[in-house]
Design a protein around this ligand. Structure first.
Ligand SMILES: Nc1nc2c(ncn2[C@@H]2O[C@H](COP(=O)(O)OP(=O)(O)O)[C@@H](O)[C@H]2O)c(=O)[nH]1
Ligand SMILES: [Mg+2]
Length: 459
């Protein structure tokens, strides 16, 4: 891959701000910067990692475009590992556009999305999982997701993968000696590799199990609010979010579309989805609305089934409880501010074992704190095992690790079945390749392109 050209892009978001930063990387960074930068005091020593004050000017020096601070970071001590110049200009897209145009006229090419990170990776400044961690941090929607990205950037995952890699290489080495020196395969004796294999499997499985708990913080959980019409589903959505997103009326069947809004509960993005009330539909619109509910239930991490305590229970309530029996549910008995038509023990036998019932009022807010706590508890139910701070927060990593784990599992079965060492070694080598995809030690250009092109420009 030819990487001789010099690239430039805005590193800060498009919009008005105090300052905006333009990043330039490549062998010509400094000479290009010299052409368009006029130091305030007439000269500039361009010492590495120093900040200089001056103007960005046209090539003939006659037009001033902005007053800036500029810095030069000599390779390899820069983000990309190449010569890098950063211009701190004023944060207006018009100014940034103008400076980028000047840079292009002076020999820079506009960077593709993720190209700075890609160069950092190709110059061994970061491994692939760390480059992806940067993206995860930038897109993090909660403090916890951000912290997990940071841990990965600092190498928590890379270290764990490296440990697994060394174990694999040691095991392969053991196997390979037996392959090399045994001529007569009938006498081949597979060395004792099961302890290593078991250790690897154990580490991999706990790493894999971290994914579902990490996902709770990175992507959040989908919580569907369901129940028959008029039990207060839309009111609950509005009370929990503090916004008036869903229309609330006393007319049953008001909500038809799925209405969703996200709240942050102790770092977990909780996507609440209000739905049409479930009953025998009265018209085609309501019918469509109700079929949307059944479809959305498939994607639900869990379900809040709402009941109205001020009205007698009906078959509709029972059907809804019955249909959600196999799911993680929270039963919320609403309208406790009104006189009761039934007592909570009336529904206990309708529920699966161990499900408790929360009493709330979407109107007064009673019980909503307990409801939030319950949502958090259910979301974080599958707590992480101890993986030394390493977590899998990225689907690509999870899939690669799963494949690697499968290969090792196969190697284990073959070992136990007394299959020839060569076959076992083959599986272990496959497992190693999958691990190397995570850190990018061994990965196709095509996959690399795909990963980096999903990053934003200027990263
Ligand atoms: N008193 C009382 N009324 C409620 C409560 N929750 C909802 N309501 C009323 O019940 C009716 C139906 O509420 P809505 O949220 O539209 O129910 P949905 O059809 O399940 O979405 C409205 O008139 C609400 O004001 C509550 O906790 N207490
Ligand atoms: Mg509604």
């Amino acid at each position: 891959m030819l990487r001789q050209d010099t690239i430039a892009a805005a590193a800060t978001a498009f919009g008005m701000s105090g300052i905006g930063i333009i990043r330039i990387s490549g062998p010509e960074s400094l000479s290009i910067a010299r052409r368009i930068f006029k130091p305030a005091n007439g000269k500039c020593a361009w010492k590495s990692h120093h900040l200089y004050h001056g103007d960005i000017v046209s090539a003939d020096g006659k037009t001033v475009f902005d007053e800036v601070l500029i810095s030069f970071m000599r390779k390899p001590r820069s983000f990309t590992g190449e010569d890098v110049v950063e211009i701190n200009c004023h944060g207006n897209p018009l100014i940034i556009e103008t400076i980028l145009t000047q840079l292009q006229e002076s020999g820079c090419r506009l960077a593709r999305p993720g190209e700075f990170s890609e160069r950092a990776f190709l110059n061994n400044r970061l491994d692939l999982s760390q480059a992806e961690a940067l993206a995860a941090m930038i897109y993090a929607k909660s403090a916890k997701a951000y912290a997990m990205g940071l841990a990965q950037l600092k190498g928590a995952l890379s270290k764990e993968i490296d440990k697994l890699r060394l174990l694999l290489i040691d095991t392969l080495a053991l196997l390979e000696t037996s392959i090399d020196f045994t001529e007569d395969t009938s006498e081949e004796k597979i060395p004792e590799i099961l302890p290593q294999i078991n250790q690897m499997l154990e580490r991999m499985q706990s790493l894999l199990s971290s994914y579902s708990s990490a996902r709770v913080y990175t992507e959040g959980v989908n919580v569907i609010i369901t129940g028959k019409p008029n039990v207060g589903k839309s009111s609950l959505l509005n009370s929990l979010t503090g916004r008036k997103k869903a229309i609330v009326t006393e007319i049953p069947g008001t909500t038809r579309d799925l209405i969703s809004d996200t709240i942050n509960l102790v770092g977990i993005p909780v996507h609440l989805i209000d739905t049409a009330g479930i009953r025998e539909p009265q018209n085609i619109i309501e019918k469509e609305g109700i079929s949307l509910v059944w479809e959305s239930l498939v994607d639900a991490d869990f379900v809040i089934v709402m009941l109205d305590v001020s009205e007698p229970l009906t078959d509709e309530d029972k059907i809804i409880l019955e249909k959600n029996k196999s799911k993680e549910i929270i039963v919320a008995v609403n309208k406790i501010d009104l006189p009761r038509a039934w007592e909570t023990n009336a529904i206990e036998r309708l529920l699966p074992q161990g499900r408790d019932v929360l009493e709330i009022s979407a109107k007064t807010g009673a019980g909503l704190e307990e409801l939030k706590k319950k949502i958090v508890n259910l979301s974080t139910g599958s707590e992480t095992e101890n993986t030394g701070g390493a977590m899998i927060i990225n689907l690509r990593h999870k899939l690669a690790l799963e494949k690697s784990c499968k290969n090792i599992q196969k190697a284990k079965e073959d070992t136990l079945a007394g299959v020839s060492a060569e076959f076992v070694a083959f599986d272990l080598r496959e497992a190693l390749d999958r691990l190397d995809e995570i850190t990018g030690r061994k990965i196709s250009d095509e996959i690399l392109d795909k990963i980096f092109s999903s990053f934003c420009i200027g990263k």
